[in-house]
Design a protein around this ligand. Structure first.
Ligand code: GDP
Ligand code: GDP
Length: 436
């Protein structure tokens, strides 16, 4: 499903990251919740009543060399490019400032809905402070308090009213949607050209969809594909496009719309921190993942090089132990033809359903081999398991007491499931529930 995107804009210190965190709530992310790294997370899913959406904290996209006003301008432009609804945040305690007027002037240019919020209205006595903000010409100001969590309901009601109608299913069920993600210059665009250059690839459309993305539809051997674009592939030449945060933002958007994510690594440079982060998002998003090592032509090789690189990748991407690795060169086209069949395979595994009876045989057999853990004299009892979802395959295991399920035992069950069925390339999820 395509979710609407909300962006928060405004000058520094009005409370953007405070509001972002309030709205996002306690979403735990294995990749991003590194203590001490402030404001690392600038894009997240969120929900309000029945609405699901994604939210961007544009304040987290810093262009370190740019002057103050230029930064705000860039952030507002990102919001106008990427969001469906913009929340323009101001500080009620300071009144309207010239920087607020500057932001307003930029936002006048957008056709997208803008909702004006006045933050730091921490108690009802302060509400009259909002009236000055009508002068910004952005309609009714919504009083909120990020630190006290006040007024957010009314604000989000207004935001949700402005959500566009996004078609639930942009493409048919049988179409494989995939994206190539990776740091700038790893060779994403070159790989795409190498794909599309194949004589049997039929490109049906390079469509600017209603979204900001540029999707490429094509078919090969009777299978339809949509390639979803990411930053670095459209090269619009905007200042902010080269920032790491912006490329992460684009990657996250692409991952969300994909079934299969190709994590592209540059063989010449090896694995970098940002590669891990990006790969982590694909894993968290529950997408099928393929690790593509590009520029294989450019390195000195002997008969051990591939094994060494594989080992290094497995060490760095432990959470992706299910992802196939393919070594290619976009330049010489070496092994580029091998990618599509792998995409087909992992996509199939991503939507594989297994029979409950067979699944339960596997579970019973696993428990017989390796008895379930005990705690304070109580043993975990597994009654039965069932697959409840695909994309990614998700299993519910019914037990006597879910607290008795240890991470290591869950991991053991996952491995046993993987040994019994072909889930190569896809994450699988196991949920433990008490049998009622
Ligand atoms: P940003 O730069 O716009 O992202 O602003 P921050 O979220 O970092 O907030 C700037 C400062 O304002 C921090 O010290 C926050 O604790 C404070 N702040 C944020 N929201 C509120 C609020 O509703 N009331 C008050 N009194 N302070 C707030
Ligand atoms: P992107 O930013 O990830 O889309 O990367 P590009 O496709 O623009 O490639 C970045 C640079 O790497 C360009 O100069 C390409 O010519 C070069 N490049 C891409 N793929 C290969 C490859 O397989 N081998 C070599 N030697 N160079 C490559």
């Amino acid at each position: 499903m395509t979710k609407p995107v909300v962006a928060i804009v405004g000058r520094p210190n009005v409370g953007k990251s405070t509001i972002f965190n309030r709205i996002v709530g306690e979403r735990v992310s294995i990749v991003e919740d590194i203590p001490g790294v402030t404001r690392d997370r600038i894009y997240s899913s969120a929900d309000w009543l029945t609405h699901e959406f994604n939210i961007i904290d544009t304040g987290g996209i810093e262009l370190s060399d740019e002057p103050f006003l230029e930064q705000i301008k860039q952030q507002a432009e990102i919001a106008m490019d990427e969001a469906d609804v913009i929340v323009f945040l101001t500080n009620g305690r300071e009144g309207v400032t010239s920087a607020d007027e500057y932001v307003a002037k930029i936002l006048y240019k957008t056709k997208k809905p803008v909702v004006l919020a006045v933050n730091k209205i921490d108690n009802p006595d302060m509400r009259e402070m909002i009236y000055d903000f009508y002068a910004l010409g952005m309609g009714e100001p919504y009083p909120i308090s990020g630190s006290h969590g006040l007024g957010l309901g009314d604000l989000l009601d207004e935001v949700a009213k402005n959500f566009p109608d996004l078609e639930d299913q942009e493409y048919g069920e049988d179409v494989i949607k995939f994206s190539l993600i990776g740091r700038p210059n790893v060779g994403k665009s070159s790989l795409i050209n190498a794909f599309l250059g194949h004589e049997r690839v039929i490109v049906s459309d390079i469509a600017g969809t209603t979204r900001d993305a540029i999707d490429t539809e094509y078919s090969f051997d009777g299978q339809d594909y949509v390639m979803i674009d990411t930053a670095g592939m459209r090269k619009k030449g905007k200042v902010y496009e080269t920032t790491e945060k912006y490329s992460v933002l684009r990657a996250l958007k692409a991952i969300e719309r994909s079934d299969v994510v190709l994590v592209v690594i540059n063989a010449e440079e090896g694995i970098q921190e940002q590669d891990k982060k990006i790969a982590g998002y694909a894993h968290e998003g529950g997408k099928a993942v393929i690790i593509v090592v590009n520029k294989w032509d450019a390195i000195e090789k002997n008969d051990k090089t591939m094994n060494e690189m594989t080992k290094s990748i497995r060490e760095h991407f432990q959470f992706l132990d299910y992802a196939p690795i393919v070594f290619v060169s976009a330049k010489t086209k070496q092994r580029v033809h091998a990618i599509l069949p792998i995409i087909n395979k992992v996509s199939e595994n991503h939507s594989l359903r297994v029979q409950s009876s067979v699944l339960n045989e596997v579970i019973e057999d696993s428990v017989a081999r390796n008895p379930a853990p005990t705690d304070k004299g109580k043993r975990l009892r597994i009654y039965y398991a069932t697959q409840v979802a695909i994309k990614p395959p998700t299993f519910v295991v019914f037990v006597n007491e879910p607290e008795l399920m240890h991470f290591s035992y869950e991991r053991f069950l996952e491995n046993r499931i993987r040994e019994s069925f072909d889930f190569e390339g896809t994450p699988i999820r196991i949920i433990t529930r008490a049998r009622t």
